[in-house]
Design a protein around this ligand. Sequence first.
Ligand code: SPD
Length: 296
Amino acid sequence: MSGSKINPDHWFIEVHEEAKVLAGFEIEGKALYSKPSDFQKVEIYQTKNHGKLLAHDDKIMVTEKDEFVYHDMIVHVPMFTHPKPKHVLVIGGGDGGTVREVLRHPSVETCTMVEIDGDVVEACKEWIPKTSSELTNPKVSLKIQDGVEFVKNSQQKFDVILVDSSDPIGPATPLFNVDFYKDINKILSDDGIVVSQAESPFYEMNMQKALVKIKAQVFDKLHLYNYINMSYPGCLWSFSFASRGLCPFKDFDPGRVTGEFQYYNPQIHWGAFMLPEFQKKAHGDALTPTPTPFWK
Ligand code: SPD
């Protein structure tokens, strides 16, 4: 493959302007879906080797081939830490992959998904059933509305809240704000957990630090954990885990992990929280310390 000529018309390319790197996928034909919604440009392509690809404003959100990594990690880490998550809130996540994984946990009674952009949901229902198939499940209450407004006004309490946002540009910008997390804290049950998409430690460290600073002001416990996303620039990406008390190590019982996953397992659950030195240093003491390793 090296040295082959690329015809840009046959590729979907996400350029990271600052880092001067790109992520690219060879595509078949024209876009399956391409429309400016009220909030952003929404596109779906058929790639040659990664299944369908969803992009918002030229940023890759999911590809069918590796979406399982992102969705396993945003969902199963908190859901297997919480002893019995019954009520789950997903903010964003219009492709449906997060909801799909939430519903694999039998303790779940309700899953509320609040997505600002109804066009993303409709496009994914039509073109990406692999992620959107569970959006019509009777346990799901799908609300097309602003997640910021929803958390401000909701009277309901949630055991696990998953902020499955796009990058902090366009409609997701207010989801990277301290007031949003203060409102989230008000609707979190006493043993609740909040996990948020926390960007790339390689190329978006400033955004990651800003998010950590915000969540540290609101929550007692705050960790970052990493996952490998082959479709996003830089490949190493993070989620942040915050809670009023539940700990992803002490309160995690590997014996509760049942079901077959393509990425998640109890070893990954632990290992994902072991951060590389550059990332630990960047966050200093803003994060809750991880346990002493077993070899000390
Ligand atoms: N640059 C991509 C940031 C993460 C986007 N969220 C993906 C949504 C998957 N449900």
